[in-house]
Design a protein around this ligand. Sequence first.
Ligand code: GAL
Length: 441
Amino acid sequence: MSTRLPSRGRSRLAAVAAVTTVAALALTACSSGSDDASSSSTEGSHAVTGDASQVEVFTWWASGSEKLGLDALVKVFGTQHPDTKFVNGAVAGGAGSAAKDLLASRLAKHDPPDTFQAHAGAELQDYIDAGQVEDISSLYDEFGLRDAFPQDLIDRLTVDGKIYSIPAGIHRANVVWANPKVLEFAGVDPATKYSSLQDWMKDLEKIKKSGKQPLAIATTWTQVQLLENVFLADLGPEGYSGLWTGVTNWNGATVKAALDDFSTLMSYTNKDRDGLDWGDATQRVIDGEAAYNIMGDWAEAAFEEAGKKSPDDYTYFPTPGTDGMYDFLADSFTLPVGAQHPGGAKAWLDSLSSRDGQVGFNKAKGSIPARIDADPSQFSPYQQDAMASFKQDIIVPSLAHGAAVPVSWLTKISDATAKFTTGDSDVTQFQADLFQAAINH
Ligand code: GAL
């Protein structure tokens, strides 16, 4: 049985072209507010200096495998910067569902943490436009990062020649995680390859008839992540990216067909979903209560934490219809304007960008290092496959994880999705709401 993530083997050139389009999309309309922002540590790309006695690190990695990832990084930090005290500012809630609101209110009150987690792309752009994060380009020179990260990624992070964050690693959001024993119980061959969502739905039906839950899901953001997977599968990378650039018609028949597929997939999910977070849904696959979970590859860390081994205990494959596409997101850390301990933030950024920091963190987190000099053999088979895919697949920006659209648009899409999945499931109304969200966010 293969658990490899196959790829259509598109040329790197095609991938780079797609990345460039996506980067242009995510980084357009930039008007950096850093010029008029008061700086605690830097002006423009000046050196970062200041109080290094401690660092408050704001994330949403508060429990489970996510906390293990953070712990792994803190361990490296403790070795590299023993004189700087780590202060854990984690706020629970997957995908930052609670953390982002709290962060927004702290930033509005000019009470920022010393560094915070943000998604590379449109989400980070929001903070840049609001003048809430410093230009830390100088750290790229000081830490020797310009050659350590792939040029594509540096381009994606650069806004008007400035860089405002340092990525901790790269996640993939279009992965299906499966329990082979549940599949066999339902008479489904775990090695089956699916070319489309329609193809896959036939087996979801079989699993339903076996009495097991076909697809485990959780609260709204995980449903939005399912929606992005469906758009990617049904519209392809150009059609998907066109949703965020205005090229794909939100009122058209292709979007309607995708929403019908989303509706069908939701009918195979657990009804108690809105009270669950991602870890609960993934756990149902781990425990053999559900067959599948579509989840970012932080799920890999959850299977590992549970002591499960692939391919006997779990398998994985790109969401049917998305083979050869890498639904990308990157957790990137910042230096907020007005941070009290900029020297502490600098120390944290130094550790998370170091080879030891990236290896320690990503090994534990399920993601792959942003650095190009990590040794793949140190990582799990899943992560080795992901590293290979990232090099050759078409890269598209994640919707649910801040790469594709600004927070204001994502909020409206999330509201429309919650209305659809908790209400009367009217696809026509859902499409109208998504159209409104696209023109009015
Ligand atoms: C994403 C984040 C990941 C992981 C996930 C689930 O937004 O980038 O690192 O934490 O949420 O909480």
